[in-house]
Write a protein that binds this ligand. Structure first.
Ligand code: ADP
Ligand code: ADP
Ligand code: ZN
Length: 213
């Protein structure tokens, strides 16, 4: 099963992708996590990506596409995957479709987690991310068992630099101009599905399971 998660920053793509990954035993591939890991290790890619991420802008397509295509060729991706944060532009989506077509495959589902902009800024200021595994929590809507520590791995939780309100507003603008057109793109491919992302996260997940089964 091959799934693309779509939705604004903070819509809950990562939260749901993780649950899908656990339930169906397919890898959760997040380009944001890959970039943050590279920033932590101070790689050349990380240094380049950071300049864009800090401003709330997208990393250029040419730094993203090959990275993802290589990742999808790894063994654990043979039985499928859930993509979170990629594609984010029409050229990225086209590159993905082409790379799959070359090996006789295609995406199965694109799932749009729908959350209005008004809810996003509030959600993001309460988001806490694990520096070790990338897991995300929310101080109110999805708190950890021990404050400041990741439930999954015990890592420290932080408020991401790009989750500050000014940067979130910029990211929302980028989302509307560059990423939202993907909804039309996947409509045309005939695989677009929508879920209401404003309800409790377990209910969002149940709606997704209904689509997948
Ligand atoms: P969110 O969880 O809020 O949707 P991500 O962790 O997916 O954010 O992404 C954080 C930042 O990483 C983005 O604002 C962007 O700068 C960069 N990024 C992640 N994925 C991509 C991509 N596919 N194309 C371009 N930039 C990306
Ligand atoms: P994205 O990957 O789309 O940027 P996340 O999955 O990181 O979004 O979720 C953003 C924030 O909102 C996190 O703090 C997360 O715990 C919280 N969250 C996710 N889903 C819900 C939901 N259905 N209701 C309330 N808060 C949620
Ligand atoms: Zn963790």
């Amino acid at each position: 099963m091959k799934i693309v998660m779509l939705g604004a920053p903070g819509a809950g793509k990562g939260t749901q992708a993780k649950k899908i990954s656990e339930k169906y035993g397919i890898p959760h591939i997040s380009t944001g996590d890959i970039f943050r890991a590279n920033i932590k290790e101070n790689t050349e890619l990380g240094q380049k990506a950071k300049t864009y991420m800090d401003k709330g802008l997208l990393v250029p397509d040419e730094l993203v596409v090959d990275l993802v295509v290589d990742r999808l060729a790894q063994d654990d991706a043979k039985k499928g995957y859930v993509l979170d944060g990629f594609p984010r532009t029409i050229p990225q989506a086209e590159a993905l479709t082409d790379a799959l077509a070359k090996i006789g495959e295609k995406m199965d589902y694109a799932i749009n987690v729908e959350v209005p902009d008004e809810n996003i800024v509030r959600r993001m200021s309460g988001r806490r991310a694990c520096v070790a595994c990338g897991g995300t929590y929310h101080i109110k809507y999805n708190p950890t068992k021990v404050e400041g520590k990741c439930d999954a791995c015990g890592g420290d939780l932080i408020l991401r630099d790009d989750d500050k309100p000014e940067t979130v507003k910029q990211r929302l603008e980028v989302y509307h101009t560059q990423t939202q057109p993907l909804i039309d793109y996947y409509e045309k491919e005939g695989i677009m599905r929508e879920v209401d992302g404003t309800v409790d996260l377990e209910d969002v997940f149940n709606a997704i399971i209904e689509i997948l089964e």
